[in-house]
Design a protein around this ligand. Structure first.
Ligand code: NDP
Length: 491
């Protein structure tokens, strides 16, 4: 089975030379990785590819390469960096079918997917984000320019950025981390999830054909490799997307060297449906907001609060939609929902279903894993629960959603806000102005009206409370990869 190499200082690393891969011993004195990790196709549960398991020496070598590349990359004119990033966008576009195939095979995501959310969207999004981010300006701000002094504020890169990405949107999130970091003049060491390293490695290979050596390095391995990278003294900033628990560990590990952080962590987004909605019209949108990518998106709708006057009617519509949704291998173009991404996530989702049963939940559909190979779980809708149940209070990150009855809108806003997470939230109504006023009372980083989960490359996205620190996307996101220097020239 082929071993897809890591990339350190522009060289493929981690497999032996018989595979036509450069041996790191000959280039930077670090031994090749003997160990490999299998990559599993979650639709079959079978290993279909291998990647190297990086050692601590590989982590050191990758950080050293990024440090060595930093001065020249920082000094590269802005316009040239933008040109190279656009070239990366073009390379992604030229390899779109191959990247879609890798994303589909390693993540289980269908090619098309429910509501168009699939591997195709992931790769198209990666291309769009690359181009929009490449075009973002980083102007010098002039605070004062008079007879006394000229005072300017400059944005400088930070140094080496460590990017640690999860398995739910592996390529897109790598792009969200890497492209703004490079745009601002930083160099990067990227560590994808051990479950989904392949599309990221291919992206890094394509990018390395365009970028100077050492500007973008990628190492593969388990969470231990992520921890070694995130705590490395040579790293100036960590950008991380994943669980709140790991985010906390990264924050602790950043303290000794005061690393800058952007943490995009879990969410337990509430959606509030007002009594004036057209139930039949709104049901498919709510269903897609809850179930796209099998609920494995940080900003999926995870707690659905529905006014008591329409609760039963909406539940019936949602259950009917669940009955019709096509679950299967993502390789089949008709598939709308694929498998869970990994066996551990499937076990987490099963345990949420068991908790809901114990708490007296009424299962309108689903509730079980599907027999046979792969990590499939039936789309599941549970009612009869309230706040205080695990399925309502915590994020399952899978195709299981509680529908919760409410009577009073002020009370339901308070219930939606009574949660440690604060990523997104939505209000659904025939009166968008009223819904927008209510949405602004939700304690979350992004509030939607009559939709849930839409993001765009030019508007900031990020959680508050325990959903994270900082934002990504657009000018606000770009600035997180910079530090300020105030320049005061006396006259
Ligand atoms: P983790 O947060 O553990 O993993 C995310 C990334 O961090 C992976 O690359 C992982 O590597 C790496 N990692 C793990 N431990 C460390 C560490 N100590 N230091 C640095 N990096 C580390 O997520 P899980 O895969 O365990 O998923 C668990 C839960 O996290 C899910 O049920 C879901 O609730 C949430 N989650 C949220 C995501 C989001 O988009 N906000 C995405 C994924 C998960 P490796 O995979 O190789 O272990």
């Amino acid at each position: 089975m082929n071993i897809t190499p890591m990339i350190i200082n522009g060289c493929p690393v981690g497999a032996d030379t018989t595979l036509g891969v450069v041996n790191l011993v000959s280039t930077s004195g670090v031994a090749d990785s003997a160990a490999t990790l299998g990559v599993i196709n979650p639709a079959s549960g079978e290993v279909f590819a291998q990647v190297p398991a990086a050692s601590s020496a590989h982590v050191d070598a990758a950080v050293a390469a990024a440090q060595a590349a930093f001065p020249a990359w920082r000094a590269t004119p802005d316009a040239e960096r933008q040109r190279l990033l656009h070239a990366i966008g073009a390379a992604l576009e030229a390899h779109m079918p191959e990247l879609m195939q890798l994303v589909m095979q390693e993540s289980g995501k269908p090619v098309n997917g429910l509501d168009g959310v699939g591997a195709g969207m992931e790769v198209a999004g990666a291309i769009a984000w690359t181009h929009v981010t490449a075009d973002l300006p980083l102007p010098v701000e002039v605070i004062q320019d008079d007879a006394v002094a000229r005072v300017e504020v400059h944005r400088k890169p930070l140094g080496v950025v460590a990017s640690i990405t999860p398995w739910n949107w592996p390529l897109l999130i790598a792009i969200w981390h890497v492209i703004p970091a490079l745009r601002a003049g930083n160099t990067v060491v990227l560590k994808p999830s051990e479950y989904t390293p392949l599309a990221t490695l291919r992206f890094a290979e394509l990018a390395n054909a365009i970028l100077p050596a050492g500007v973008l390095n990628v190492i593969t391995g388990t969470g231990e490799v992520g921890a070694a990278l995130a705590t490395h003294a040579g790293v100036a900033k960590v950008v991380f997307t994943g669980s709140t628990e790991t985010g906390r560990r990264i924050m602790q590990g950043a303290a000794p060297t005061l690393k800058r952080l952007t943490l995009e962590l879990g969410g337990n987004d509430a959606g509030i449906v007002l009594p004036d909605v057209d139930v039949r019209a709104v049901a498919p949108k709510l269903f897609a907001a809850c179930f796209h990518n099998n609920g494995q998106t940080c900003a999926c709708l995870k707690r659905l609060y529905v006014h008591e006057s329409i609760h039963d009617a909406l539940c019936a519509e949602l259950a009917a939609l669940a009955g019709r949704v096509v679950v299967g291998d993502g390789a089949d173009p008709a598939t709308q929902l694929g498998p869970l991404q990994n066996a551990r996530q499937l076990a987490i989702v099963e345990s949420f279903a068991e908790s809901a049963r114990r708490d007296g939940g009424v299962f309108l559909c689903g509730g079980h894993r599907r027999p046979g190979p792969g990590y499939f779980f039936e789309p599941t809708i549970v009612t009869g629960l309230s706040d205080g149940s695990r399925l309502v209070d915590a994020e399952p990150f899978g195709p299981i959603v509680p529908v919760i009855r409410y009577a009073d809108v002020d009370e339901v806003i308070a219930r939606a806000n009574a949660n440690a997470q604060g990523l997104g939230g939505s209000v659904w109504s025939a009166d968008p102005a009223r819904a927008a006023a209510l949405a602004q009372r939700l304690e979350c980083g992004i509030a939607w009206v009559n939709e849930h989960g839409a993001v765009q490359p030019d508007a900031p996205f990020g959680g508050i409370k325990q959903s994270g620190i900082g934002v990504e996307f657009g000018r606000h996101g770009l600035l997180e990869f910079t530090t300020l220097q105030t320049l005061r020239v006396a006259k």
